[in-house]
Design a protein around this ligand. Structure first.
Ligand SMILES: [Zn+2]
Length: 573
C-alpha cells in the first residue's frame, strides 16, 4: 500500500540529498529555522559561489528567507481558523480591521511568526484582553506571549491593523480602482506578493486554516464577493453594510479575496452545486452567454478527478479588470467575455478559440492548487503544470485525444529550458514560466510512459483523490506515481523538474539495417521507454544511458520518434 511520505507540518529535507548544485543551495538555505534577529548574510553557503552562475535564480533576500522558510516560530503551531473582519473605505483608499487567528501549539513556546507588509500599521494584538508585544522585521511580525503556550492547546489572538495597501505586481495585489461608469471597483490578487500584502496571516503555503470567516464592510450599494458561502449582509447603520462569507474547507492564504463593486448577480446551479456569477450590469448579457462554459468545464473535470472540491461553498465567477485568478470557490474573471486568452489563440494551433482560457485554466486550480496545494512555493508546478494539463483534458473531453495532443504541443514554442522548473526550496522563490509549458509536456510524457489509458485514467483520478485537501511536495507525487505504476519514475521526474535541459535520444545509423540508441540526459539514471519507427507502425524501445542496437529496415530519414507524446530532443547521425 502506498503511504504518505510525510504529513504537514513536518519538514522533510532528506530527498534533497540526491540533488546537487542549486539544490544544495536550497538545502543550506532551508535546513533550519532562521532566527529573526540573524541577518541572512551570515549564512551564505559555499554552494552559492560554486554552482554554475547562469543557473542560479536571484539570491534570496533576508525578507525572502523570513517569508520562505518554515522556521521555529511557524513550525511550533498549526493554523485552525481565521476570521478576517475589515472595513474598506473607497473614499480614503483605506482599510482597517482585524484578523482573529486560532491555532494549536505543536511545541511549547512563547513566540509565533505572522506576517504583514511593513506599509500597514499593526494597531494592537490582543490575547483575550491582554495586549501582546511584537517585533516587526522585513514583513514578518513576531508575536510574544507573556507565558508559555503549551503543546496541544488551542489559542486565539486578535490582530488589529490598518492602512493603505500597496498596489504592486502583475495583478495589483490590492487595488482601489473605478469601473467604467465610475463606481468603486476594489479587488485583490496576491499570489505573487503573498496575502500579507494586505492582511495579517501566517504567510506561507505549508499550513492552512481548516475554515475561515470573511467579513467585509463597505459603503451601502456596493457588493462584496469573497470566498465560500454567502452568509448574509448586515446594514451597520452608518452608511456601511457588512458582507459575511464562510469558507468551509482548508484554504491557502493567497486565495483569500475580496471583490467589491457595483455587481449584479445571476445563478445557474449544476445539480447540487451552486454556481453564482457576479458581473458589472453592462456585461450581464455577454456573461450569461459566455459563462455557460463553466458547466461543461465542471463536468469535464469531475469526469477525470471526481466531485468538485468545494461543493458546500459553491462555484463563483466574478468579473475583474485583470485577466483572472484561481481564488478558491470564487474564481475571478477578466477575459473580455471572449474565447481564447485575452483575445488571442494562446497555444496558436486553432483549438484555444473554441473555449474561454480563463474559465478553463483558473477553474482547473480548484482541483490542483486549491484542493491539492504545494507545501512550498518552489513546488508550484503542482498547481500550474497540472492546471495546464487540465486544459488539455478539457480539450480531450470535448474534442478528443488528437486535438488534446495538438493543444499540448502548441505549448512547445513557449518553453525556455533555461532554469529548472523547481527553484530553491524555502526561500520564497517563484518557479519560471516553464512550470506551465514544460510542465504540461512532462505530464503528457508521463502518460506515454504509462502507455495504457486504462491505467492512466484511474492513476490520475486516484492521485487527486489521495491528496485532495492536502499540502504536498514533489516527492509525494513521485512516490505515488512510482508505487502505482510499479516503475521507478524518480529519474524522469528529476530530469524534467530539477534540470534545465530535456533528454536527447541519440540515434546512430550504421551501414547494416541497424540503429544504435541511448539517452543523453543530465540526470544520471535517466531512462524511459519511447515509441520509434513510423506513425503507422510504432514500436516501443527502452533506451538507457548505454548504447543498444535495434534492427530496422528504416533509413535515417524515415525513422521517426513520437515527439508529440514524449518531450525529448532527437539527434540522428
Ligand atoms: Zn494557473
Amino acid at each position: 500500500m502506498f503511504r504518505r511520505a510525510w504529513s504537514k507540518p513536518v519538514v522533510r529535507v532528506s530527498v534533497l540529498a540526491v540533488l546537487s548544485g542549486i539544490a544544495a543551495f536550497a538545502r543550506a538555505q532551508s535546513s533550519g529555522p532562521t532566527p529573526p534577529s540573524t541577518r541572512s548574510s551570515t549564512a551564505q553557503p559555499a554552494a552559492a559561489q560554486t554552482a554554475a552562475a547562469p543557473q542560479l535564480p536571484p539570491r534570496p533576500t533576508h525578507a525572502d528567507i523570513l517569508r520562505g522558510s518554515y522556521g521555529t516560530y511557524r513550525a511550533n503551531n498549526d493554523l485552525l481558523y481565521y476570521h478576517l473582519d475589515i472595513r474598506v473605505d473607497p473614499q480614503k483608499n483605506f482599510i482597517s480591521g482585524k484578523n482573529t487567528i486560532r491555532f494549536r501549539m505543536l511545541q511549547d513556546g512563547m513566540r509565533i511568526q505572522l506576517d504583514l507588509n511593513d506599509q500597514l500599521s499593526v494597531d494592537k494584538i490582543l490575547f483575550g484582553a491582554t495586549p501582546l508585544k511584537f517585533e516587526r522585521d522585513s514583513g514578518a511580525v513576531f508575536v510574544d506571549f507573556p507565558d508559555t503556550l503549551k503543546s496541544g492547546e488551542v489559542y486565539s489572538i486578535d490582530f488589529y491593523y490598518s492602512g493603505t495597501p500597496v498596489t504592486t505586481g502583475r495583478f495589483g495585489a490590492f487595488t482601489f480602482a473605478k469601473d467604467p461608469s465610475g463606481h468603486p471597483w476594489i479587488y485583490t490578487a496576491c499570489e505573487e506578493t503573498g496575502a500579507s500584502q494586505w492582511w495579517p496571516n501566517k504567510d506561507q503555503w505549508r499550513d492552512e486554516v481548516q475554515n475561515m470567516e470573511i467579513s467585509v464592510s463597505i459603503p451601502n450599494g456596493l457588493v462584496d464577493v469573497s470566498n465560500g458561502k454567502f452568509m448574509g449582509q448586515t446594514d451597520l447603520g452608518d452608511g456601511y453594510t457588512r458582507w459575511d462569507w464562510l469558507v468551509q474547507y482548508p484554504i491557502n492564504n493567497y486565495d483569500i479575496s475580496l471583490n467589491i463593486g457595483n455587481y449584479v448577480h445571476f445563478s445557474d446551479p449544476l445539480g447540487d452545486l451552486p454556481m453564482d456569477f457576479y458581473v458589472l450590469p453592462e456585461d450581464l448579457n455577454k456573461a450569461k452567454k459566455q459563462f455557460v462554459q463553466a458547466k461543461g468545464m465542471i463536468e469535464a473535470y469531475q469526469h477525470y478527478f471526481g466531485e468538485y472540491p468545494f461543493i458546500k461553498d459553491g462555484y463563483k465567477l466574478i468579473e475583474v479588470p485583470y485577466s483572472g485568478m484561481e481564488h478558491q470557490s470564487a474564481v475571478t474573471y477578466g477575459n473580455h467575455f471572449a474565447n481564447g486568452y485575452l483575445d488571442r489563440d494562446w497555444t496558436g494551433v486553432g483549438i484555444n478559440p473554441r473555449f474561454d482560457f480563463i474559465i478553463i485554466h483558473e477553474s482547473a486550480h480548484e482541483w490542483f492548487g486549491n484542493s491539492i496545494t504545494a507545501a512550498d512555493k518552489s513546488d508550484m508546478w503542482i498547481h500550474e503544470a497540472w492546471a495546464t494539463y487540465l486544459e488539455s483534458l478539457y480539450v480531450e473531453y470535448m474534442y478528443g485525444h488528437q486535438d488534446a495532443l495538438k493543444y499540448i504541443n502548441g505549448y512547445k514554442p513557449k518553453v525556455k529550458n533555461q532554469l529548472p522548473i523547481i527553484p530553491p526550496r524555502g526561500v520564497n522563490a517563484t518557479p519560471p514560466p516553464d512550470q506551465y509549458f514544460k510542465g504540461v509536456l512532462f505530464i503528457n510524457t508521463l502518460r506515454s510512459i504509462v502507455d495504457d489509458d486504462s491505467r492512466w485514467w484511474p492513476l490520475l483520478h486516484d492521485f487527486y483523490q489521495y491528496f485532495k485537501y492536502q499540502n504536498i511536495m514533489t516527492e509525494d507525487v513521485e512516490q505515488f506515481f512510482n508505487e502505482r505504476t510499479a516503475m521507478n519514475l524518480t529519474p524522469v521526474f528529476e530530469q524534467y523538474l530539477r534540470h534545465s535541459s530535456i533528454p536527447t535520444l541519440e540515434l546512430k545509423f550504421t551501414a547494416a539495417d541497424n540503429v544504435e540508441y541511448r539517452w543523453q540526459a543530465e540526470e544520471p539514471d535517466f531512462a524511459m521507454p519511447i515509441r520509434v519507427g513510423t506513425i503507422d507502425h510504432w514500436q516501443v524501445i527502452h533506451p538507457t544511458a548505454e548504447w543498444a542496437t535495434l534492427k530496422t529496415p528504416l533509413k535515417k530519414d524515415e525513422f521517426e520518434v513520437a515527439t508529440d507524446r514524449y518531450y525529448v530532443n532527437v539527434s540522428k547521425e
